[in-house]
Design a protein around this ligand. Structure first.
Ligand SMILES: [Zn+2]
Length: 318
């Protein structure tokens, strides 16, 4: 009898669980709260969360006619992950330290379980069925509250010597002094993130530049800046241009190293579309010597990319 594949995307607030048929078509997905210890507590075994996941996976399989017929489970976890041993080494936003994630879930479900970093599962999803379909060499970045990247070379996901590959968000931008969440100054993610976009716009307002953003009487969000840019607001357009170009220069080094077919931009920041991709493309065009330029694309799968990628991670390893 045909079996189902489970893909899970864990976020800081919510966890989305998807059930797929053997052709990786999504049958149904559910969203549940991510259970985590109260900050600043840290756990190495979130038992209640594992029990909740097991309950929800079993319920989803039963409901879709796959009772006791789960083939494998793949999970994207935000943080530093060892996909080979299935351990969440450090997940700051979840309060995890050295959690034997895959083994704990495997013991409960009695099927193979695989985990990886959520940016890598995102990339797998886009490579499987989205903007990266048909390409073997790609760089993808996700722009949200923070930012991170992941790299696929010759069809293989790069994890690095101790699973830290892709953490470009903490690469410092010369001359920038803004304090990052990590404690360092001037990290790329202090600029190329939703946080960075709202901060840059707020700073521009404080220097008394003329902008429609001045009319907003609450803290400026990245969405406000996006909407102002669509209306042609000069300050908002300049913010996106600076963010895109700063990102473009950082990506340029990676492009020279990897020679990718495609750069995929995802996460909430991808909604900015051409406001981000145009300046990135401009920097690449001006500075990349190769005849063939990598395409710069916005991710096509949105929130589903992480789910599809997690399912395809499980299929690839089972
Ligand atoms: Zn940082």
């Amino acid at each position: 009898m045909e079996k189902a594949i489970i893909g899970i995307d864990i976020g800081g607030t919510n966890t989305v669980i998807g059930i797929f048929d053997r052709d990786l078509a999504l049958l149904e997905k559910v969203s549940i709260p991510t259970l985590k210890p109260n900050f600043p507590a840290i756990t190495n075994n979130p038992k209640e969360y594992f029990d909740l996941l097991t309950y929800e996976i079993t319920k989803l399989a039963d409901k879709n006619g796959y009772q006791d017929r789960i083939q494998c489970v793949g999970i994207g976890v935000p943080g530093k992950i060892n996909p080979k041993k299935g351990i969440a080494i450090r997940a700051v936003n979840l309060g995890y330290r050295d959690v034997p994630f895959a083994d704990e879930m495997k013991n409960r479900l009695q099927v193979p379980v695989f985990i990886d970093n959520d940016v890598r599962t995102y990339t797998r999803g886009e490579a499987q069925a989205g903007a990266g379909k048909g390409y073997n060499n790609l760089i993808s970045i996700t722009i949200g509250t923070g930012m991170a990247a992941s790299v696929m070379i010759d069809g293989n996901m790069v994890v690095g010597s101790d699973f830290f590959a892709g953490e470009i968000g903490h690469d410092p931008v010369q001359g920038v002094e803004t304090l990052c969440n990590c404690g360092k100054k001037g990290c790329l993610e202090t600029i190329a993130s939703a946080t960075g976009i709202s901060r840059l716009a707020t700073e521009a307002i404080q220097t008394n530049q003329s902008t429609i953003l001045k009319e907003i009487e609450r803290p400026i969000t990245s969405k406000d800046v996006y909407e102002a840019a669509l209306k042609g607001d000069k300050v908002a357009l300049e913010v996106f241009d600076y963010v895109g170009k700063t990102l473009g220069y950082k990506l340029l080094s990676a492009i020279y190293l990897v020679n990718p077919d495609v750069i995929i931009i995802g996460g909430g920041g991808a909604q900015a579309g051409k406001l981000i991709t145009n300046p990135v493309e401009e920097i690449i065009k001006e500075n990349y010597l190769n005849d063939k330029l990598p395409q710069v694309k916005i991710g096509q799968l949105g929130d589903s990319a992480g789910l599809i990628g997690a399912a395809s991670l499980a299929i690839a390893n089972k």
